[in-house]
Design a protein around this ligand. Structure first.
Ligand code: SAM
Length: 620
């Protein structure tokens, strides 16, 4: 097991006789017995000059240590709702080592009517207790909560943000030393904007000295209720502020999953986006397959691929919920996805992962072959994992929903081929085959898979087109497959009378026509998942679809800046576009808009196009 994977141990709440929320582990209360919301207002909000300070900024970024029951967050959101101008966005980032389960949060919040309506929204998107970053959006994207599940010192090191204010709210330093250490203060200073403020209820000498040493000037103020004093501070040092373009116009090349999702994440931030697509409609290449799976990948070594895929999966679930609540329907299937183990050794490994990672049942469960068959509605080849929230989906419906959600801020030009891109006078120009400039904007996102490498500024990206062929298998009488099943390939339930079966992986092959041997391969993979399911069916009579996915040598996506001002990539989504596109697009949009990033710094680096830059080329 990867030593960096530290399972999350959820909090176990208890209440003192006066009803105050209490932690037996730390022998301390979560908030003042005189009222958590009142304490939030006095210490953390007023202590940071709120609500006055967010009147004049396009976005206000708060970093908190200790999310606990989220009272500070909910009080902040509530105040923001009442006082912030319509165009001001709130980013609240909070690190928490022992998050509550959702049932406990519900129990705690139901007793606080003032915040209950907002708390209910929080409960709906509350993440499973997996270590890492979890990004949640509220208020149509105007309020963003980024939860960092894990130890403060470890997780804050992974944060990329420029913070306006800090809420330091660990348990009392004497009981919870880890929250008030030099490394924690150092990370706080690292992400502080010049002039950033902080507030905390603690005036312990070690806290004052630690904060001063990290570059904050601190002063005592009148404390809350029973407390004589509290601390307020201001960052005296400078910082590398994250620069964002004032001119919020962007071009996105490509209207598949990558492009449509990037466009949606940008319009959600107030950008005007022009999508340019060579085909006459969206989702005509790999995103035009009839169906695919949205599911996590979990490996014992918890490598970058598993981390990003699992985080992407959880983000996609929330992204889809938001699209749907905005009236943008998609074609997706419920019931989860079964992942059949390849053999007994692999199944043992699956079981070990569940135990050692303390993975929540909401995310996955191991099932024996009998239970798996019952669930699937057809006999499966063996035991495996069941991801209850995973789904099959029609990728084109996801693209269309993203594009529609962009509303008037998103314009799309179809049947327009971009032949060249050029930086001229602080703008990117997109030029067609006739040499005409068809679009210009300060920001350009390449989301056109391997075709991006035909543009000179992206020629160095080692993206390969990999051919994939899916097969369509007619519904089988008496075999009503209810949920999607995967192993080395995948099969969906019947969609309009056909099961979608995927997919071949033909590296270095450019043949665009359907090949019988690939249908044969898909049927063989099906047989290893659902023995006998397709008996009597020959490959010869099958129909399917061929598409090319763009794949990087390390099989990770290529997401981030391309090393030239305003030029970004959302490429290399391979066969995981449906699971990856939401979080990949959120990363690109955050980078473009100068927002806190939704992923750990080491994952951002693992996905960055710059990983393929030769050291010498770096200087260019
Ligand atoms: N701000 C919270 C609220 O508004 O409800 C209350 C926070 S409570 C005083 C302190 C929190 O810090 C607890 O939820 C606790 O689990 C968390 N915590 C303790 N040690 C931690 C650590 N080393 N890293 C991250 N979180 C930690």
């Amino acid at each position: 097991m990867n030593p960096d994977y530290r399972p999350i141990i959820p909090a176990n709440p208890s209440f003192r006789d006066d009803g105050t929320l209490y932690s037996a582990q730390f022998d301390d209360v979560y908030a003042s017995s005189h009222g958590g919301l009142e304490q939030a207002r006095h210490v953390f909000l007023s202590g940071n000059g709120l609500p006055e300070r967010w009147q004049s900024q396009a976005s206000f970024v708060i970093v908190e240590t200790g999310f606990g029951a989220g009272l500070n967050f909910l009080a902040t959101w509530r105040l923001w709702k009442k006082t912030a101008p319509a165009d001001v966005r709130l980013h609240f980032i909070s690190v928490e080592k022992h998050p509550f389960g959702v049932a406990d949060l519900q129990r705690i919040h139901v007793a606080i009517p003032e915040i209950l309506p907002l708390a209910r929204e929080l409960h709906e998107s509350w993440p499973v207790p997996l270590p890492g970053f979890h990004r949640l959006h509220f208020e149509g994207g105007r309020v963003t909560l980024t939860l960092l599940f894990g130890d403060a010192a470890v997780m804050l090191k992974q944060l990329n943000a420029a913070a306006d204010a800090f809420f330091l709210d660990g348990f009392a330093p004497a009981r919870n030393q880890a929250m008030w250490t030099e490394p924690v203060f150092h990370e706080i200073a690292r992400v502080a904007k010049p002039g950033a403020t902080l507030a905390t209820y603690s005036v312990a000498v070690s806290v004052r000295e630690g904060l001063s040493a990290a570059g904050f000037t601190v002063e005592k103020r009148q404390g809350f209720a029973g407390k004589r004093e509290m601390l307020a501070g201001r960052y005296a040092g400078g910082a590398t502020a994250i620069a964002a373009s004032e001119d919020k116009r962007a071009i996105v090349i490509g209207a598949g999953l990558a492009g449509s999702t990037c466009a949606q994440r940008l319009t959600g931030r107030g950008w005007a986006v022009q999508v340019i697509e060579a085909h006459r409609a969206p989702a005509q290449e790999a995103s035009g397959n009839p169906a695919g799976l949205i599911r996590p990948v979990i490996s014992l070594d918890w490598n970058s691929h598993s981390r990003f895929t699992t985080a992407g999966f959880l983000y996609t679930l929330r992204h889809h919920a938001a699209l749907r609540s905005g009236g943008n329907a998609m074609t997706t299937g419920e019931g989860g996805v079964l992942q059949i183990a390849r053999d007994a050794t692999r199944f043992e490994k699956q079981q070990r992962i569940v135990e050692e990672f303390s993975l929540p049942q909401d995310l996955l469960r191991t099932l024996d072959a009998g239970d798996a068959s019952m669930l699937a509605g057809a006999p499966v080849a063996g035991p495996g994992w069941w991801f209850p929230q995973a789904a099959w989906a029609d990728p084109a419906s996801m693209c269309i929903a993203n594009l529609a959600a962009g509303g008037a801020a998103l314009t799309a030009s179809y049947g327009v081929a971009a032949m060249e891109i050029k930086r001229s006078q602080d703008e990117w120009q997109v030029i067609d085959a006739g040499g005409l400039v068809i679009a210009c904007a300060p920001v350009l996102v390449l989301a056109n898979a391997h075709a991006a490498t035909s543009f000179a500024p992206a020629q160095w990206l080692p993206l390969q087109p990999v051919r994939g062929q899916v097969s369509l298998v007619p519904e089988r009488e008496g075999r009503p497959l209810r949920i999607a099943v995967c192993r080395e390939g995948y099969v969906t339930p019947s969609i309009g009378g056909m099961h979608c079966l995927g997919a071949s992986f033909n590296e270095g092959m450019s043949d665009t026509s359907e090949r019988t041997e690939d249908h044969e391969g898909n049927l063989q993979r099906l047989e290893k998942m659902l023995p006998g399911f397709a008996s009597g069916l020959g490959a010869g009579g099958l129909r399917g679809r061929v598409a090319f996915r763009a794949v990087a040598p390390d099989r990770l996506p290529v997401v981030g800046g391309l090393g030239q001002p305003g030029l970004f990539a959302c490429l290399g989504l391979g066969s995981r576009g449906m699971t990856w596109s939401g979080l990949a697009a959120e990363l690109v949009a955050s980078q473009i808009n100068g927002d806190p990033l939704p992923l750990e710094r080491n994952l951002v680096a693992a996905l960055a196009p710059q990983r393929f830059r030769k050291p010498s080329a770096n200087q260019v």
